[in-house]
Design a protein around this ligand. Structure first.
Ligand SMILES: Nc1ncnc2c1ncn2[C@@H]1O[C@H](COP(=O)(O)OP(=O)(O)OP(=O)(O)O)[C@@H](O)[C@H]1O
Length: 312
């Protein structure tokens, strides 16, 4: 099967900064793929090289089998990018902006094209703004237009670079509903975001980048079970758990009075609670937490920091 995105040994330096330091990545058609990493990890640089806006120093990139350099036009047609920065032409209306974008891709003005633009406008809740000038739109509305622009040529692969940065809750929900639908219709989606709960609920597979390298790559489910666990958190007024010698199981969150117990199976909870109860220790509050991607992210990044320290 032809990969939606194939990245092979891609290197890119800016002076002494290794923005991409040997990236290998394959995204299959139909995937909803997350690209995560701290600020400066190389996510936007990777997207720019995929879009042909920045040339790698070495390595190969292909979109739906088309080489980004050798077959630039064909590769670019396969890809819709929603950029991180709000770039727009202040002289045109929303509809004109989309018509012009369609023109860049050589799409004939036709009833079909107008129908698709109307559909995009509707799904992004932009219909009432179709004739408004771009200058007159709020930041969130402009971001919606950026999403619309990326979709105008019906690309099979859509890359969203932090599309929800500075966006209100309503647009986020509208946007994710629409992007989910595009994915269900067969579009490949690549998403970068700093909102890890969004990535967790949307992405089937995730790559984590740090300093231009892929430092974790797996299904979201595997990442969650490998690096994170369920937790039971409880708060007691006493320090009895420590005196009872349960500190191997329970870790104390000083000075809040909370204790945390990490477990893999729910049947591990009952015996622990029984021991606490038998010791006459009163639990004031109790909560159960699921494994979460933020936890995984922090762990992976900490491991990388430690490896870096060991290497120096
Ligand atoms: N045009 C450029 N000139 C010089 N350095 C650059 C340029 N573009 C990116 N860099 C550097 O390359 C590294 C990777 O930047 P990049 O923007 O790809 O990171 P990112 O993962 O997208 O970060 P963020 O989450 O902050 O958007 C950073 O150290 C950045 O300063």
């Amino acid at each position: 099967m032809t990969a939606a995105i194939r990245v092979e040994q891609v290197f890119k330096r800016f002076g002494s900064v290794h923005a991409l330091n040997g990236i290998d990545l394959t995204v299959q058609p139909g995937e909803f793929f997350g690209l995560l990493g701290p600020n400066g990890a190389g996510k936007t640089t990777l997207i720019s090289t995929l879009a042909g806006l920045s040339r790698p120093d070495s390595g190969r990139l292909a979109i739906m089998g088309f080489d980004v350099e050798a077959d630039y036009r064909a590769a670019r047609r396969q890809l819709g990018v929603v950029p991180q920065e709000l770039v727009f032409d202040p002289f045109f209306s929303v509809r004109e902006t989309l018509e012009i974008q369609a023109g860049y891709y050589g799409i004939d003005p036709s009833r079909q094209r107008r129908a698709w633009i109307d559909e995009i406008l509707e799904h992004l809740d932009l219909t009432s703004k179709a004739d408004a000038n771009m200058r007159a739109l709020s930041g969130g509305m402009k971001r919606r237009v950026l999403v619309a622009q990326a979709l105008v040529h019906r690309p099979p692969v859509i890359v969203l670079d932090e599309p929800t940065a500075g966006v209100d809750v309503e647009l986020r929900q509208t946007l994710w509903q629409f992007v989910r639908r595009l994915n269900e219709d067969g579009h490949t989606i690549v998403l970068t975001t700093h909102y890890l709960e969004e990535a967790e609920s949307l992405c089937g597979r995730i790559a984590m980048l740090k300093a231009g390298r892929v430092v974790a790559l797996d299904t979201t489910r595997n990442l969650l079970s490998r690096f994170s666990s369920h937790t039971l958190r409880l708060r007691t007024a006493s320090d009895k758990p420590a005196r009872l010698g349960m500190t191997r199981e329970l870790t104390q969150d000083r000075p809040s009075g909370w204790w945390t117990f990490a477990f893999a199976h729910f049947d591990e909870i009952e015996p622990l609670l029984a021991r606490i109860r038998d010791a006459g220790c009163i639990i004031d509050e109790l909560e159960i937490g699921k494994p979460d991607l933020e936890d995984v992210f922090v762990r992976v990044m900490q491991e990388q920091n430690q490896e870096q320290i060991r290497a120096t």
